[in-house]
Each structure stands twice: as structure tokens, then as C-alpha cells.
Design a protein. Sequence first.
Length: 254
Amino acid sequence: MAEERGSQIKDRDIRDEMRESFMDYAMSVIVSRALPDVRDGMKPVHRRILYAMSELGMYPDKPFKKSARIVGEVIGKYHPHGDSAVYETMVRMAQDFSMRYMLVEGHGNFGSVDGDFAAAMRYTEARLSKIAIEMLRDINKETIDFTENYDGEELEPVVLPARYPNLLVNGVSGIAVGMATNIPPHNLGEVIDGVQALIKNPDITSLELMEYIKGPDFPTRGFILGRQGIRQAYETGRGSVTMRAKAEIEEVNN
């Protein structure tokens, strides 16, 4: 028995083992949770939330359902991680100050731009927003591939059909192993105009595209100071945007 176990031991250079193990770990983090898929602009947890809500029939013309019901569906079938992480992600998808175009329509206390936390999931309700339907439309018409979930008992989409470029429209940020991304949101109409221009002229330059897509369009509004950083980001993939807050004075009669 001992000889049999010993025959399974293989000599291996520790440098090769560390290199391959690190790459396997890095790819697992990148693909499984940290960075979005360019095709639908979503990380797995966002995709699973929308898909679970669609499977529950939570469309914009249907009644709201308890957030706890949604979270339970997500972690039970597709995302076997903490319920608080899933709920926090869903809350963010329902905040008009976090998402340029909200993918979840919330009912109840979903927090505020001042930093107030959302109410517990047992108190709030949610359903899909109208624009989220365009992320899911025709999903059952063999438009995308499905894969087995974590226990092999369910199927989940590899990517959503996404009838608009959500990666640019809503932006995304993520930190993986050895890499990170931070893509700002953009105006939906401008992005569609840019896509049409790109289809007509595949050789269009970044500067020419900026005639259609002027720059980022943040949900918190404010002023963007200068366009040099925007142009640099579009041309090189790296750049910074300087913003100035917009303040309004409201007089309250006591």
C-alpha cells in the first residue's frame, strides 16, 4: 500500500508548480468573480441575479417580490456564496446614483447617495427594470450558451444576450489577481450612435468616435473638466477624468 502511494509522488520544480498554480488561481478569480465579460459587461454575480429574477418571472409589469426571495434563489441555485454579498450587489443595481441605467427596480429603502444603508432584505422588494429586459431578451432562443451550475443540477447562461453594449453603458470596476479595470458609464443614446458609426466604418478612429460619444456620463452628474483625460483613456486604455460637483441651495421654510 505504501509503495503504491509512493509511486504517485512526482518530482517537480517548485518554480514551475508555483507558476502554474498561480495562473490557475488567477484565471479562476478573473473568470469566476472579479472581472466582467466584455460581451455583456457583467460579472457572474450580476448575471446570476438577473437570470434568477427572469426565471422567477419578475418582469417590469409583474408585482414586486421580497428581496430575500431573490437572494435565496440566487445563492441556492447559482451563486453559493454569502447572502449579504448578493444582496449588496442587487441593491447597487437598484440605486440611481450607482448605476447610470438601473437593472433592478427597487421598492422600499435601498439606501441613499449620502451613504445610508439599504434596509434588510426581508423588508425590501424588487423586480427587473425595463432596460434589464433588453439584457435578457431572446435568451431561450439559442442565442447564447448555457453551462452547468456549481452542483450540476441547474443550467445558467455563460453570458447574457445583451441587446446593447452594457459594458460601456453602465461601466464596471473590478480588481482581480494582477490586473484591474475601471470603466466609466456612458449615455445610452450616444453609445448606440457610436456603434452605428463603427458598423458603417470599421476603421473609424477614436477621435472620430468621440464625435458621437462625448465622454463618460456619470449617474451622480457633476461637471467634467477638460477632455484630454477622456481622449487619453479612449486611445490608450488608461486615463483620468477630473470632475467638479454641482451644488444646489434649497431653502426650507421652518
